[in-house]
Every structure is written in structure tokens, then in C-alpha cells.
Design a protein around this ligand. Structure first.
Ligand code: GCO
Ligand code: MN
Ligand code: MN
Length: 386
């Protein structure tokens, strides 16, 4: 494993979407500022930087509308780059948002023909992912939502979304694929409102599915933050429920458009608590970056962005190690009674004993927890003076 000061290595399990480093700098007000990247070159560049692998949408690799022979040629060439570098493809996904056909939705479009085409595209994308060795298939419903509530009965849309996920699970089972589906919540953008807007909504939705054991989450830092929620809390709950299948790391300021900034560039404290959570719980999945370089950047800036994403993670991982080794922090956590939370509430005698006991409310209400000190120590750690 790499230390904070050494270069990342494949053991660190860093992955990038082809669409992330490949982001051409287009925004709603301006055209591309960078040339497209060849996925084969991307694999080589990321391997040189110490990444473990790449992820992709079907259309990132095989342009939409390619005929079968062209698809096979592109995939074979890409597999050659994977073989040459040892890079892996742990996750793939399907683009159900770019083409005009999906403007009113994909799995939840009002027109059944569009829903059927979306399923056909998703099943093809599952085949592609499995061919490349992926064991996680992400579903991000970018167009599954609405602006005009009169035109989208939400319960019916959720029925159709559940039907689509059930069909894809059945397909993976029939094919004997070793594949799990990870839903990615997002509150809005590109739709005014998107279905499954938060981690909590998505967790609740999974319990209504036919194969809930096959379906989990791909939460994203930016998406929970857009809703003003604590990302690390959402991830902690997903882990607690055995539902963290994958994760999208980036940065975001609450109250702004979907920024997809470089991990750690905003909200460094949240980023620290997230890294600490993943490391403390022994998360053995990917550290996947779903972000892009600023529009100001040329190709060099893009590779700088990729290297810095991994470096920031490694620095925060080192901070998490120091957090545990710091005697002042340990003492402050004792004062804050952190260990008490791990103790079961129920004493011998159960609720009857709880009700029979006396509680010194004056003393309990008067005790201090020393959390200002603990919090300031974490600030010192993050600011580099501990
Ligand atoms: C976004 C999303 C996407 C998805 C990707 C995978 O806000 O644009 O995060 O980047 O993660 O499409 O499905
Ligand atoms: Mn995003
Ligand atoms: Mn994402």
C-alpha cells in the first residue's frame, strides 16, 4: 500500500470513469475546451499514474449506434490495452441520458417503446460489462424524473423503475453472471427532480424489489452534498445495511449546481470523515473518482487532476491513521464518551429494569463532553499542525 508521500499503486484500488478524465470541458454555456481522449490512451495514462482500473458507460467506449462488427473491433482493441497494462474494469454502467430518445425518461419514460429500448440498451451494456470483467453495474437515472408533475405520477414511475431493475436482475441470473446492481441517487440535474433523490430513498426502494440482495448503492459525494446532507452519514448507513456496492468520489459545495470537482477540493472535512470511515471499516471495494478537471485545463491539467485526486485520498488516509495514533485525540474521545455508544442500552432485566431505575437528571444534564476540544484537535490534524 502507498503512503501519503509515495505514488499510488494498484493495491490502493483507485479507479476513474473514462468519462471523467475524458470530460471535454463542455458546460451549459460553452462548447468543449479539450480534445476527446482515446480510451486506450486513457488506460495507459492512468496505469502509469498508479490506478487500478477504469469504469465506463457503454457509449464511452463504443459510440452510440455502432454496428456489431465495429463494436467488437473497439472492444478487442480496448481489451488489448487492459491486458498490456493489467488495468481492470470493476464497474460499468449504461448511458440512458444523452440521446434525445431519453429526454422524457428511460426506464420511467411515459412511452412504453422508449422504456423497452432503454432495457435493450441496458442489457447490452450488462453484456459488455461482464465481457470486460465487471462485477458491478451502476444505474444512474439521470433522466428518470420530471419538471411537470402533472405529467408524471410518481408511484407509477416507481413501479416502472422497479420493473426495469427486476428484469435486469432476472437477466443477470439467467445468464449466470456474477453481477450486482448499484443504484446511484441524485436529487436533480439534468431533470428538475430525479427519482431516488438520496441514499435514503434508494435504500427504501431496494426493499420493494424482487431480488433485493442483488441491488445496492453507488452513492456520490456531490449528490448527497447537493441536498445539504452529510455524505459520510449516508455511506455509513449504506455500509450498516450491507448496501455499499460502489462509491463515487468527488467534491461539491452545497447549494450549487452539480460541480463534480476533484475529490477534496471542497469539503475537505467531509472528505476526511469519509476516508476515515472507508478505511476504519476495511472497505475492500473501489475508490472510484467521478469528477472532472476544471474547464480551464488542457491535457496536462487533466492528468494533474487525476494524480491529485489519488494523492488527496492518500493524504487523508494518512490523517485517519494519525487520528487513531494521537493520544490527545484518544483522550478527548474518552471525555466525549464515544465508547459508551458501542455499549448496548439494555441492562439485565430489560425495559422493566430501565423503568425501575432512578436517573440523576441534574448530573446528567450538567456534564460536559469536551467536544469543542475534540473538534479543534481534528482541525489541527487536518491543518497539518499535528
Ligand atoms: C452525474 C453522475 C454520473 C454517473 C454516471 C454513472 O452526476 O453526472 O454522477 O456521472 O455517476 O453516469 O452512471
Ligand atoms: Mn455527479
Ligand atoms: Mn456519479
Amino acid at each position: 500500500m502507498s503512503s501519503a508521500t509515495s505514488a499510488p499503486s494498484p493495491d490502493d484500488h483507485f479507479t476513474f470513469g473514462l468519462w471523467t478524465v475524458g470530460n471535454p470541458g463542455r458546460d451549459p454555456f460553452g462548447v468543449e475546451t479539450r480534445a476527446p481522449l482515446d480510451p486506450v490512451d486513457t488506460v495507459h495514462r492512468l496505469a502509469d499514474l498508479g490506478a487500478y482500473g477504469v469504469s465506463l458507460h457503454d457509449d464511452d467506449l463504443v459510440p452510440f449506434g455502432s454496428v456489431a462488427a465495429e463494436r467488437d473491433r473497439i472492444v478487442a482493441r480496448f481489451e488489448g490495452a487492459l491486458k498490456a497494462t493489467g488495468m481492470k474494469v470493476p464497474m460499468t454502467t449504461v448511458n440512458l441520458f444523452t440521446q434525445p430518445v431519453f429526454k422524457e425518461g428511460a426506464f420511467t419514460a411515459n412511452d412504453p417503446q422508449i422504456r423497452r429500448f432503454a432495457l435493450k440498451k441496458a442489457a447490452d451494456a450488462i453484456d459488455l460489462g461482464v465481457e470486460l470483467g465487471a462485477s458491478v453495474f451502476v444505474l444512474w437515472g439521470g433522466r428518470e424524473g420530471c419538471e411537470v408533475d402533472a405529467a408524471k405520477p410518481i408511484a407509477a414511475a416507481l413501479d416502472r423503475l422497479a420493473e426495469a431493475v427486476d428484469l435486469l436482475c432476472d437477466y443477470a441470473i439467467e445468464q449466470g453472471y456474477d453481477l450486482r446492481i448499484a443504484l446511484e441517487p441524485k436529487p436533480n440535474e439534468p431533470r428538475g427532480d430525479i427519482l431516488l433523490p438520496t441514499v435514503g430513498h434508494a435504500l427504501a426502494f431496494i426493499s420493494e424489489l424482487e431480488h433485493p440482495e442483488m441491488v445496492g448503492l453507488n452513492p456520490e459525494f456531490a449528490h448527497e452534498t447537493m441536498s445539504g446532507l452529510a455524505f459520510n452519514h449516508g455511506v455509513a448507513q449504506a455500509l450498516w445495511q450491507g448496501k455499499l456496492f460502489h462509491i463515487d468520489l468527488n467534491a461539491q459545495r452545497a447549494g450549487k449546481f452539480d460541480q463534480d470537482y476533484r475529490f477534496g477540493s471542497e469539503g475537505v472535512r467531509d472528505a476526511f470523515y469519509l476516508v476515515k470511515l472507508l478505511e476504519d471499516t476495511g472497505w475492500d471495494g473501489m475508490r472510484h473518482f467521478d469528477s472532472h478537471a476544471y474547464r480551464t485545463e488542457d491535457a496536462d491539467g487533466v492528468w494533474e487532476f487525476a494524480a491529485a485526486s489519488m494523492r488527496t485520498y492518500l493524504i487523508l488516509r494518512e490523517k485517519a491513521r494519525r487520528f487513531h495514533a494521537d493520544p490527545d485525540i484518544t483522550a478527548a474521545m474518552e471525555e466525549a464518551q464515544v465508547a459508551g455508544l458501542r455499549e448496548p442500552t439494555t441492562p439485565e432485566g430489560g425495559l422493566r429494569a430501565i423503568r425501575a431505575a432512578d436517573y440523576d437528571l441534574a448530573a446528567l444534564g450538567a456534564q460536559g463532553y469536551g467536544m469543542e476540544r475534540l473538534d479543534a484537535l481534528v482541525d489541527e490534524l487536518l491543518l497539518g499542525v499535528r
